[in-house]
Design a protein around this ligand. Structure first.
Ligand code: ADP
Ligand code: SR1
Ligand code: MG
Length: 414
């Protein structure tokens, strides 16, 4: 029976779960802190008073959108999809996700490994911290999760059965359809407003038919393309990192969608932070490092994806004897170029939504001076429009990196 937990009832709830008590040890000395800073759910860190290293995270979905309140109902079955995706990820990429101690779809709760030695990547990047392996880890995570749940890897029936477990993540897909692909490009009461940016947006972005029609093309891809199981909310707030490890959290938006959406979303978030360092940093070290990490993400993703593809001889897509090596190599080359182009288009949408929509990013929204913030916002929007304009002509990742580097080199320090 579903019950909303609070700081008091969390302990009683956990005490009734033997697998969790094995981690926490003694049942009568638990401490609880609500640490959720996300938009949707409640997250508690529960630890032993005697031994703070014994800790777990309990995440519970409530039947509304946390960032707005009870007046915005939202089905709590989003936790079912987070549990399912985290279970799949634990099979595919156990080194990159927290392990599950307990999951209860009826209570919409997930109890998982507490990442005490890690911080949210967004927070670290804003502070100017660099993580030497993060781009490589993200590239590997993307290749393994996307390839192994795609028709290039799975057989047709098994893949459709897996898809079936994610098809009805309907409310969260609708949130994305609206908040990433619709509202930011029109007047809408939910949009963020900075009076110093609004007029520029009206004149240059919401009046730009070519740009809006391109956004619609990507909305269509988001709705219709079912390449692989996506995380679907893969931004720098969904990664917890330290100098040697990277963990992906918060996969409640998971569904079968286009490969490029996950890749484009994370790249967009690196570039949002790049823009913020035109103001936050006094030199271009962080700007250059962030851009370079997006190169690494793509390089590692594409080489690992192609390696897995080379090893997969039979799948829903591939039947031995259908294509010779030259034909297959030709197909792969065109496929990877098209995927990079789609990635750029999705990145363009993600940059715009985090600038104009309700769910902004701290990288930009935490800049208190409205004039400075507006300058950064307009840079983001110019970047989004540039990416969208050029997305279908990029040839390879060096082309993209040249485009991005030239763009940032042309911006003043703010
Ligand atoms: P939401 O779905 O509401 O966005 P998140 O899954 O992003 O919630 O979690 C909110 C916050 O809780 C994260 O930003 C992070 O600080 C913390 N958190 C979530 N999962 C863990 C974990 N496994 N270990 C440590 N902290 C976590
Ligand atoms: C109302 S949209 C809230 C946003 O927060 C989540 O993290 C997703 O990014 C979603 O789009
Ligand atoms: Mg979330």
């Amino acid at each position: 029976m579903y019950q909303v937990l609070d700081r008091e009832s969390v302990c009683d709830y956990l005490r009734s779960i033997p697998a969790v008590m094995e981690v926490l040890g003694s049942a009568d000395s638990l401490q609880v802190a609500e640490i959720g800073d996300g938009n949707l759910n409640f997250v508690y860190r529960v630890s032993s008073l005697n031994d703070a290293s014994r800790s777990v995270i309990l995440k519970q979905a409530v039947p509304y959108l946390r960032m707005v309140g009870e007046e915005w109902p939202l089905a709590r079955d989003r936790m079912t999809y987070e549990i399912r995706a985290l279970t799949v990820y634990n099979q595919l990429v156990p080194d990159f996700v927290p392990c599950i101690y307990h999951a209860d779809e009826s209570m919409s709760t997930l109890v998982m490994q507490c990442l005490d030695d890690h911080i949210i990547l967004r927070h670290g990047l804003i502070a100017g911290e660099q993580y030497p392996d993060v781009g490589r880890h993200i590239g590997k995570f993307l290749a393994e999760t996307l390839f192994r749940t795609s028709a290039f890897s799975m057989d047709s029936q098994a893949r459709r059965q897996l898809m079936d477990r994610f098809t009805l993540n309907a409310e969260l897909c609708k949130l994305t359809e609206e908040f990433i692909f619709t509202f930011p490009y029109m007047e809408h009461h939910s949009n963020y407003s900075n009076p110093l940016t609004d007029q520029w947006v009206r004149e240059n972005l919401r009046n730009n038919s070519e740009y809006k029609l391109d956004v619609l093309k990507f909305k269509e891809l988001f709705i219709t393309k079912t390449d692989a199981l996506l995380h679907a909310d893969l931004h720098t707030g969904s990664l917890m990192v330290n100098q040697s490890e990277s963990y992906v959290i918060d996969m409640e938006f998971s569904y079968f969608g286009p490969f490029g959406f996950d890749i484009g979303q994370i790249m967009a978030n690196f570039w949002l932070c790049t823009t913020s360092h035109l103001h936050r940093s006094t030199n271009h070290d962080m700007v250059n490092w962030l851009i370079d990490q997006t190169r690494v993400v793509w390089q590692v993703f594409s080489s690992q994806f192609l390696k897995l593809w080379f090893e997969a001889t039979e799948s829903a897509m591939l039947t031995p004897g259908l294509l010779n090596k030259t034909e297959l190599d030709d197909y792969k080359g065109r496929f990877m170029q098209k995927l990079l182009q789609e990635t750029m288009g999705f990145a363009a949408c993600c940059v715009a939504r985090r600038t104009l929509g309700i769910a902004g990013v701290a990288d930009i929204r935490d800049v208190e001076d409205l004039e400075i913030r507006s300058k950064l916002e307009i840079i983001n929007l110019k970047l989004s429009m540039l990416l969208m304009k050029r997305h279908d002509s990029v040839i390879d990742i060096e082309d993209v990196i040249t485009l991005i580097s030239d763009f940032y080199r042309a911006q003043p320090n703010i």
